[in-house]
Design a protein around this ligand. Structure first.
Ligand SMILES: [Mn+2]
Length: 327
């Protein structure tokens, strides 16, 4: 199947009569959760009752709060023991075979996403568009089918768009702005505002402090290591935080985990594609990928053992080598 916009009617026809799950990428962020929730309500209008699911954890305050603010139910993979191989799965905000996508027993038949496709997943329906937020694509389904978005769902989708585009400053397109406007028309603005209050947890400060403590800047690229296990979403936030420095165009933050190093990479310059950068820099030892502006990666402990104690130095060299070649 080719990338690009699809007719949501085809998705409805495909799923009709099948037990359906909507799966987000592991450790879902607000855009992933909003997309799943928005798609769930959309499909329900056509008699398809989908179950939302994810793997990893929902551990950031912003994502945890979404579940209560918007009254969502999303099941952890551990609770899906009755999922059959014949059940259908729609992957949102990510794709089958991605390193951050657990392969659940069901059949991944469809995908709604805004990340570049790395390999053909054999989807029967795939709507993959290079836009700022997956939530924007979901909003467009409502508009195309002429369905009004109820306030809670509209607020969640508007929040997903705002968060994934960093308030329209990261990877946003005119389409995202249009879809935000469409969702905002019916959104419960108070609920949306609630999501912006008291957003930081006290324990997050430890990760900020560690990153600030050892940040190193080479040639407009900022590196910081967090010497303990830190949730994916928080590493990403710290990567954004370092990118906000006036002397930084590319930020690379990694957290030291029991099973390896978890990377979050950001770029705000055209010459450096964050997805390609992390894939190239980790090549041979781990894996990585993502968008031009934001990406992630992982290097397992076995690989770190091969690199040795100097892995900080190794990765700095690997990232800088790629940046020098491209810029
Ligand atoms: Mn997204």
């Amino acid at each position: 199947m080719k990338d690009g916009q699809q007719n949501p009617q085809d998705l409805i026809v495909l799923l009709k009569g099948h037990k359906t799950y909507i799966q987000t990428h592991n450790f879902p962020d607000p855009d992933a959760i909003a997309s799943a929730y928005g798609l769930q309500y959309f499909l329900r209008q056509f008699g398809i009752d989908a179950i939302l699911c994810y793997d990893g954890s929902i551990d950031k305050l912003s994502t945890k709060r979404m579940l209560t603010t918007f009254s969502m139910e999303i099941l952890h993979a551990d609770l899906l023991s009755d999922m059959q191989e014949t059940d259908y799965i729609v992957t949102v905000d990510g794709q089958k075979y991605n390193t951050n996508f657990t392969d659940l027993p069901g059949d991944e038949v469809a995908c709604v996403d805004h990340h570049p496709q790395v390999r053909d997943c054999g989807y029967h329906y795939q709507d993959i568009r290079m836009v700022g937020a997956c939530s924007s694509i979901v909003v467009s389904y409502y508009r195309e089918m002429g369905i009004e978005i109820p306030p809670l769902v509209a607020s969640a989708l508007a929040y997903g768009i705002k968060m994934d585009t960093a308030d329209f400053t990261r990877g946003a397109t005119a389409f995202d702005a249009d879809m935000f406007a469409y969702a905002f028309e019916t959104a419960d603005v108070e609920k949306l505002q609630e999501m912006y209050k008291n957003v930081m947890e006290f324990k997050d400060l430890k990760a900020y402090a560690a990153a600030i403590d050892n940040i190193k800047i080479y040639d407009r690229t900022g590196f910081a290591s967090i010497p303990f296990d830190c949730p994916d979403a928080l590493i990403a936030i710290i990567s954004d935080f370092i990118l906000a420095l006036d002397v930084v165009d590319v930020s690379i933050v990694y957290s030291v985990r029991k099973d390896g190093l978890k990377f979050s990479v950001r770029s705000e310059v055209e010459e450096v594609d964050a997805g390609k950068l992390v894939a190239a820099a980790l090549f041979g030892y781990g894996s990585g990928g993502g968008h031009k502006t934001m990406a992630g990666g992982f290097v397992p402990s076995e690989s770190l053992d091969r690199i040795g104690l100097q892995y900080d130095f190794y990765f700095k060299e690997a990232f800088m080598k790629y940046i020098k070649v491209t810029s």
